[in-house]
Design a protein around this ligand. Structure first.
Ligand SMILES: C[S@@+](CC[C@H](N)C(=O)[O-])C[C@H]1O[C@@H](n2cnc3c(N)ncnc32)[C@H](O)[C@@H]1O
Ligand SMILES: Nc1nc2[nH]cc(C(=O)O)c2c(=O)[nH]1
Ligand code: SF4
Ligand SMILES: [Mg+2]
Length: 213
């Protein structure tokens, strides 16, 4: 199958337990919970998205006809900045990456020495072979992927109180303040929740704080 990639770049993972880690970000085009058009935002299943994932016109984006072609581009992206001491790491995100990430692409990036992470809304089961699954539940999408490395709940979402998720099989439980007009109040509320409920830790979008992608 072919793959539609909005953009690809090297940066530090900004969120969750892998914060600070050098990563290739491969952002797939398209999502199952929002069209990506502003006129559809209010009625979308996920309405607070901070990302442009429409099309393939971003930096490093494009259409890739084969898994090998995309994996070669990911590997070239890594070597454009990192030395070859190993620790190759690719984060598949989007949009919703599990609409496109398949066994062939997993095998192709693994063959090039990458550890694989995915950022998903949890509405599609993750294929085998992903090393780090981060699930971020959304109100308009039934949760199918109920285990993984970390659950990162954007906070607050009145329909999704943190208690709903505490029994699920994740190693880390994060509250990430919802960015947007209420970011400061949302951050205060997330801090207050983490203080009262120590199972939850605060995840800040550190890349935004320091102005990197
Ligand atoms: C753009 S999404 C793409 C991956 C996938 N569709 C998902 O929702 O997890 C990447 C991460 O950003 C988070 N995110 C999106 N909009 C946000 C916002 N306004 N404030 C904080 N986090 C946000 C998502 O919850 C997810 O953890
Ligand atoms: N630096 C950085 N870290 C991130 N972690 C998750 C992101 C995403 O949009 O999926 C993201 C992103 O867009 N940039
Ligand atoms: S599910 Fe993820 S990519 Fe899709 S609209 Fe929501 S935050 Fe954005
Ligand atoms: Mg982002």
């Amino acid at each position: 199958m072919s793959y539609a990639v909005k953009e690809m770049f090297v940066t530090l993972q900004g969120e969750g337990a892998q914060t600070g880690r050098a990563s290739v970000f491969c952002r797939f085009a398209g999502c199952n919970l929002w069209s990506g058009r502003e006129q559809d935002r209010a009625t979308a299943a996920c309405s607070f998205c901070d990302t442009d994932f429409i099309g393939t016109d971003g930096e490093g984006g494009g259409r890739f006809e084969t898994a090998d072609a995309l994996a070669d581009t990911i590997a070239a992206c890594w070597t454009s900045t990192a030395d070859e001491s190993g620790r190759r790491y690719v984060v598949f995100t989007g949009g919703e990456p599990l609409l496109q990430l398949d066994d062939a692409l997993i095998a192709a990036v693994k063959a090039r020495g990458f550890e694989i992470a995915v950022e998903t809304n949890g509405t599609i089961a993750a294929p085998a072979g992903i090393d780090w699954v981060c699930v971020s539940p959304k109100p308009g999408g039934a949760l199918v992927q109920t285990e993984g490395a970390e659950l990162k709940l954007v906070y607050p979402q009145p329909e999704l109180p943190p208690e709903m998720f505490e029994k699920l099989s994740f190693r880390h439980f994060w509250l990430q303040p919802m960015d947007g007009p209420d970011r400061i109040a949302n951050t205060e509320a997330a801090v207050a929740h983490c203080l009262r409920h120590p199972r939850w830790r605060l995840s800040l979008q550190t890349h935004k704080l320091i102005g990197i992608p």
